[in-house]
Design a protein around this ligand. Sequence first.
Ligand code: FAD
Ligand code: FES
Length: 1121
Amino acid sequence: MGSLMTETEMERIEESQSKEAILYVNGVRRVLPDGLAHLTLLEHHAINACLAPLYTVEGMHVITVEGVGNRRYGLHPIQESLARAHGSQCGFCTPGFIMSMYALLRSSQKPPTEEDIEENLAGNLCRCTGYRPIIDAFRVFARTNDTLYTNGSLQGLSSAEFICPSTGKPCSCGLNKDDEETVKPSTCSGDMLKPISYNEIDGTAYTNKELIFPPELLLKKLTYLSLTGLNGLKWYRPLKLQHVLDLKARYPDAKLVVGNTEVGIETRLKSYHYPVLISVAHVPELNQLIINDEGLEIGAAVKLSELVKVLKTVLDQRPPFETSSCGAILQQIKWFAGTQIRNVASVGGNICTASPISDLNPLWMAAGAKFCISDCRGNVRTCMAEHFFLGYRKVDMASNEILLSVLLPWNRPNEFVKDFKQAHRRDDDIAIVNAGMRVHLEERDQKWMVADASIIFGGVAPLSLSASETKKFLIGKCWNKELLQGALKVLETDIPLKEDAPGGMVEFRKSLTLSFFFKFFLWVCHQMDGQASFNESVPASHLSAIQSFHRPSVIGSQDYEIMKHGSAVGVPEVHLSSRIQVTGEAEYTDDVPMPPNALHAAPILSKKPHARILSIDDSSAKSSPGFEGIFFAKDIPVDNMIGAIVADEEVFASEFVTCVGQVIGVVVADTHENAKCAARKVHVEYEELPAILSIEEALQSSSFHPNTGRCLRKGDVELCFQSGQCDKILEGNVQVGGQEHFYLEPHSTLIWTLDGGNEVHMISSTQAPQKHQKYVARVLGLPMSKVVCKTKRIGGGFGGKETRSGSVAAVAAIPSYLLNRPVKITLDRDIDMMTTGQRHSFLGKYKVGFTNDGKVLALDLEIFNNAGNSLDLSLAILERAMFHSDNVYEIPNVRINGKVCFTNLPSNTAFRGFGGPQGMLIAENWIQRIAMEVKKSPEEIREINFQSEGSVLHYGQQLEHFTLKRLWNDLTASCDFLTTRKEVEHFNLNNRWKKRGIAIVPTKFGISFTAKFMNQAGALVQIYTDGTVLVTHGGVEMGQGLHTKVAQIAASAFNIPLSSVYISETSTDKVPNASPTAASASSDMYGAAVLDACKQIKARMEPISSKHNFGSFAEVCLSLL
Ligand SMILES: Cc1cc2nc3c(=O)[nH]c(=O)nc-3n(C[C@H](O)[C@H](O)[C@H](O)COP(=O)(O)OP(=O)(O)OC[C@H]3O[C@@H](n4cnc5c(N)ncnc54)[C@H](O)[C@@H]3O)c2cc1C
Ligand code: FES
């Protein structure tokens, strides 16, 4: 390797570099200005935009969803298919799915398989659809049916050849509904009166407009880059190894970057600052993949997706015994992150991060890989992978060294390497415990003896750990059951996991280490099956322990009758926004362009669960770049207290903080990054106070929210227990954990003043615009009539945006009002998760009495929920849990006592089911226990306790139209439950390690608000002279299709096409005092309100419309002028 470069020579290189950093975005040339090295990509493609530094795409063509297809030029078939298959609901995740699919199709030589498609979508989350419709939509592009994509467009497909998104086969389900049945396009004359169709863009206009790779970039050579970013950050992109080494010599602490999937997390989420970043992704010497006699040499910057390709080739071409390690690595990468990460993440980045749960490091170690390391003078040394990892994220590499490559040796005959990984879920999840294991067997005296072995675990220590005693024990022993028993014993002490080991789940993790070895033993036996003098065969019933996991492609079908009422009701219309969602044109709050002089807000958050605020030092924040203002409790114009039902929470904590993440103040600055940076610089001194976190701790300290004790009774529980009617009595506790809402769009509000603060307007992502209006009016001391909140659509809510979003809006309102400037607040995902509450955890303590047959006679239940630090909706949630504590069971004597616990957690809040699921789960727990006690199946116990028509519930409601028994009988018959259960039992008998389960669990759910006055709705229906109708109602569109359903109702009411009805947004100045969109009742409420309004309008039109023979609704409307 050459000698070190002098400073002057380095500077010469920098001078000789191209002065223009260029990239193309959707076919448009952009010159990247200097100073943006800290920024990540703003648009998506098949990598994670938020982890891709802007300068890493220099010289590339970035295609985003907007470049795939749009309303003007037509939708791409992928977009069209997803829209038609009902694959978007809130639509926030939709561009990501489109881009993953688009990238897969563009990069595939031939149509992908269904498995390829599912694997490529694995890095995308959808919180709304349950994935089935998304997979259905994309299945049409799979190998079995590639006409759509290879034709490049839908053009030319006659309607009879429409490919059904559900089946992937030609069918007629996609025919324009207007062509069928009674709905005909309006026959009104003149263009002006032609109904405007929301679905005029249906893909037929899309004509092979695939963006090409720009010729300029094709001709342009990559150049050495030296650019800057925030706070003096230096960004280098050397293109030769020598230049990397020179830079390392010049900046020994410089951070190398390839995929940025580790560095990006550190800088974005952990606020690390690296002054010098060297991007080595394009250094050829670090990207080599060389197959030689010793093994496979893999450059440190090789991307995992590249490695996969080479491993597949190697597995195809080399003798199988040589490639056991390759097979194990390939298999492990399958469960390593998602495609977007694997497309950029490098082998070296994973190794040098030295994460204790790295999936590959245990395998490099087990496989006997060698790491090739160079210092900045070019001196190269090798280090065995097994000796490279020294401690928590510490490796045997000096600051002046870099990793060059990895040598993965070929295996010897009868040498076996296997991968293991246990995560919470298979796709795209980090390991709880993982492992790499290798054994080399040699035949001696007709026995297969262990000549060499390596057993390495991840997730059990601060570093990937070699089970060295186990290795010693194995070597020299015969591979048989005695070896297994002995090795398991040694392993138990070899991998010490203390009770308080970081990561928890100690027992589980310990058992995983043993079960992995057990599986390895069986797998090796299976590999050796058939070898002369090998006698340890695997019984058929044990084979399931070693079969690799295979998930069949997702399939599903829906059966429904179309019962059409009028022009639109009853028809399975696609979501009205689906076509703008699939093109990325649908706007969410954060997409709304910022007005000039607008500011970004970042909250200052409590770092303590319970503490007194002693002092706040904001001096550093004030001198932070882009700073424009900082506000605390003392600055609140009128009222610092807000709350959903009781005003018991402060907008800004004044004296005490009562949870981590509580807002203490807000900083505003010119950019989102600068606001966050300034907020982080605020130093708060605390006096820590005892904190209560769990329900158990709350019970011990009698920590409850005031006036929340509730009791529901029916019959006489005490008497029943004492009377001796109960043959058996069981007592138990059920704990139900919380759950993050994980709406994909985080909380966001853009708020501004009008007339110098006389009015305040905002656009918010909320399920309850009226609550935003109320909170903001309250803190600013304005009448509600001067505050307007609008919501067009939200990217999921699930209850999390019913009340908690209001507090976020109130935070932004203060700087906006005091500075008279627009302010936007959009929480980062981590801040959103940290500061906003979740589903309530619950504790149920029950005592249940029943007969020997399993008939329940009495239930005594105490039930508690963990509300967190404010009451919010917790009492209503507790009450609903109490209502549902009988699930569907007739219990003659019931007593339920409930209380809401105060804890030092962010206030927990509404969540799908609103306490109902927790109540039912507790009930199903005692049902299960009764079944075990009386030795019957849970289904039998359920059936004999079913409620029936006329049953009076413990809160006084009498059941009417109660169809449970019929539904249960129909379902058990249609799925042949009893036979299936027998099959499950048979399978379980024949499979020692893999088990199946089956259950059928009934529920009943009470919809609507329990506060009855909230079950009312308003609507504003306006008709225009072109025959189109604008509907506004109080409900919020969050993916559930509320606007689609309500528009269908309006269309049917006027007997006009659905395309003539439009719903633009929800706004408190159009429909006042609306209830939150919640409680499973919005379609009923707002549908009824709109229907009522339409009927009133029709009645007013009637004197004219009945007199003349109008050809269309539009003609009637025009004649009303
Ligand atoms: C969503 C997500 C999912 C993930 N899933 C998994 C998973 O399932 N399993 C798993 O093991 N990991 C996982 N990771 C971790 C991560 O993706 C990997 O560790 C990845 O391989 C890192 O590579 P990179 O190129 O992105 O590293 P970078 O972030 O670019 O660099 C990581 C570190 O390596 C150093 N480095 C890079 N190259 C060299 C070199 N040649 N010499 C010296 N130092 C160097 C860098 O300076 C830096 O400190 C996941 C990460 C994310 C964000
Ligand atoms: S449609 Fe996927 S998250 Fe809402």
